[in-house]
Write a protein that binds this ligand. Structure first.
Ligand SMILES: C[S@@+](CC[C@H](N)C(=O)[O-])C[C@H]1O[C@@H](n2cnc3c(N)ncnc32)[C@H](O)[C@@H]1O
Length: 258
């Protein structure tokens, strides 16, 4: 049962008939989202999988609240044209853009898996850097890119940067031009357990469970074209637009709404 509003409460009912001490009556757990009233026996009588699922529900409830705040706050842009959106901005706040993320540093907190709360054709540019690989592929990616297409005006530009997964693949296959990739990513901050080359490749593709897809140019071009974008081109790193930290092995691609 869900109660909307301040201090969302999720009441989760477990039928714990077979657990000692509960006499077949089951048990209602009150889990206060945002706070942590965790009932002591939870660990004893639940599996890690169930606890992970509960954590996910709590996280999604928080994202839901942030998203609804963002949708409400997006009303201030109603009627405006030539907007520039920075999607999945994280801490990189860009002047002249509406910086959007689930992080509360953003101008708008939105869950980008949901439709964008902007009018069709109101944007001149949509930018994202190291965000698209966090989106489930192909269905959610298609709906996300479809939303980018919808909010752009004719002639508007989408500019996307993702980790270039051709690099680890080529490096692993022994292409001398990419050989330094393993060393570079360890320096960049890959976890200490990434010792073998295959561990590095896996980390690059998955980053725990953060990354949902690994792109090369052909695949990103196809995804953009599938929702209507044209003139899809690889572009060079642009220091005026992109983050210095992302320069190494990022695939930057630009496309236009015809
Ligand atoms: C790897 S960070 C990139 C941040 C920044 N663009 C950069 O290059 O440093 C990915 C960002 O995507 C955001 N993100 C992931 N899933 C999201 C979602 N469903 N809706 C909104 N933001 C999301 C995260 O909060 C995070 O800030």
């Amino acid at each position: 049962m869900w109660h909307a509003g301040k201090g969302l409460v999720c009441d989760i009912f477990f039928g714990l008939r077979h657990f000692p001490g509960h006499h077949g009556e089951g048990l209602v757990l009150h889990i206060h989202l945002g706070g942590t009233k965790v009932i002591g026996w939870l660990k004893k009588y639940t599996t890690q999988g169930l606890r992970d699922a509960i954590k996910n529900v709590m996280l999604e409830a928080r994202f839901c609240r942030l998203h609804l705040d963002g949708v409400r706050n997006a009303r201030r842009y109603q009627g405006q044209k030539q907007l520039k959106l920075h999607l999945g901005a994280g801490p990189n706040i860009k002047q002249g853009f509406i910086n959007i993320d689930l992080s509360n540093k953003a101008d708008l907190t939105l869950n980008l898996y949901e439709p964008l709360p902007f009018e069709s054709g109101c944007c001149a540019m949509v930018y994202s850097e190291h965000f698209l690989e966090h989106v489930e592929y192909p269905d959610t990616t298609r709906s996300f890119l479809g939303e980018c297409f919808r909010v752009l005006d004719a002639g508007g530009v989408i500019s996307v940067g993702v980790p270039d997964s051709e690099w680890p693949v080529r490096a692993y296959a022994g292409d001398a031009e990419y050989a330094e990739w393993f060393q570079k990513v360890r320096e960049y901050g890959y976890p200490a357990w990434c010792k073998t080359r295959m561990e590095c490749v896996n980390y690059s593709f998955r980053q725990g469970r953060e990354h949902r897809f690994a792109y090369d140019f052909e695949t990103l071009k196809g995804a953009l074209e599938s929702v209507g974008f044209a003139d899809v081109k690889r572009r060079a790193f642009n220091p005026a637009l992109d983050s210095k930290l992302r320069e190494y092995s990022t695939l930057y691609v630009e496309a236009v709404k015809p």
